[in-house]
Design a protein around this ligand. Sequence first.
Ligand SMILES: NC(=O)c1ccc[n+]([C@@H]2O[C@H](COP(=O)([O-])OP(=O)(O)OC[C@H]3O[C@@H](n4cnc5c(N)ncnc54)[C@H](O)[C@@H]3O)[C@@H](O)[C@H]2O)c1
Length: 354
Amino acid sequence: MSKIVITGGAGFIGSHIAENLAKNGHEIVIVDNLDPYYSVDLKMKNVKTVLNSGDVTFVNADITDLSRMGQIIDSTVDYVYHEAAQAGVRISVEDPFKPNDVNVLGTLNVLKASLDAGVKKVINASSSSVYGKVKYLPFDEQHPTEPVSPYGVSKLAAEHYCRVFYEVYGLPTTSLRYFTVYGPRMRPDLAISIFTRKMLANEPITVFGDGEQTRDFTFIEDVVEANKRLLDNKITDGKVLNIGGGNRISVNCLIENLRSITGSKSEVIYAGKQKGDTEDTLAGVDLGNEMIGYRPLFNINKGLNNFVDWFKTEGDTHGFDKQVNVASPGSQKSVTSVVHLIESYKKHVLYNSN
Ligand SMILES: NC(=O)c1ccc[n+]([C@@H]2O[C@H](COP(=O)([O-])OP(=O)(O)OC[C@H]3O[C@@H](n4cnc5c(N)ncnc54)[C@H](O)[C@@H]3O)[C@@H](O)[C@H]2O)c1
């Protein structure tokens, strides 16, 4: 069994990877600064779930702090899953500096600490946003990368740092380009979450553009499986792999699917296209299949049914609009209350007040 650091382990994807690996007997260290981009309560709920699934420690730390990363990623650590990021295309258009700080500098710090500690491999969460302008579909890993948002630029820079740390310094790294991930515990700022919440309340939903833009949606369990297959795997060192659902549907079609699952009467309102949004995405997953046997098992209907079932019982009914956001004066208060919330897990929680 291995000791595995998971940055961003309080978030959507990181918490699923952490929970799964903990249940499989690995020792897990979650590193997350509980960034208030979306509800800190949701993140703490994720942490509690993971703390209950095995040998897990939670460390509240910021990946932009190199010396802190050096303390956490020490010579006892075998693997690092690097999921922490300022995610979100639209917020990056509003503020390109924060995604750069967290996604580029933060990744560099994680890589440097991992190199110094001699970890066996860093598995980096990248994004389909690195492709940007569509030259052809499906995107294979050789497709030109011309991001159309500051977020895409930051994820591409992080990917290149991972490759260079392998080629120049010999640190094994693999980047996985995720294509719009959804499922239980998903980020409340993502379309499937927003649409589901509004549809269950029969509230109007807003679509940016004409709704004919297409997306390849990937169910969280497929993403976790791909990540697990990277442990003890040498052939992917220095490589980049697409992790997608392998199919695409339009936003209008997605809404109709959700409508038939929820029975919603929500009206659809069309608004102007948003800056930074890609027109279409579709993952070519042949390389992932060849190298790690990756094969997505969840088609969109199976995944949406699973998600809506979860949302009805455990979903975030408050919505992203009403969450504490980065600039909110309530942010610090929220983080403080979370610290009290996790008091009962004190044995497993190393809280850094820096
Ligand atoms: N969800 C998707 O559809 C998707 C698609 C492509 C790529 N990705 C990538 O996958 C990864 C996980 O995404 P997610 O959807 O789970 O996002 P998320 O926001 O739910 O999780 C990211 C976590 O990182 C933490 N974090 C942010 N800044 C930090 C910092 N400075 N120090 C420490 N922790 C910090 C946040 O608190 C959060 O818990 C990210 O790297 C994201 O860019 C996600």
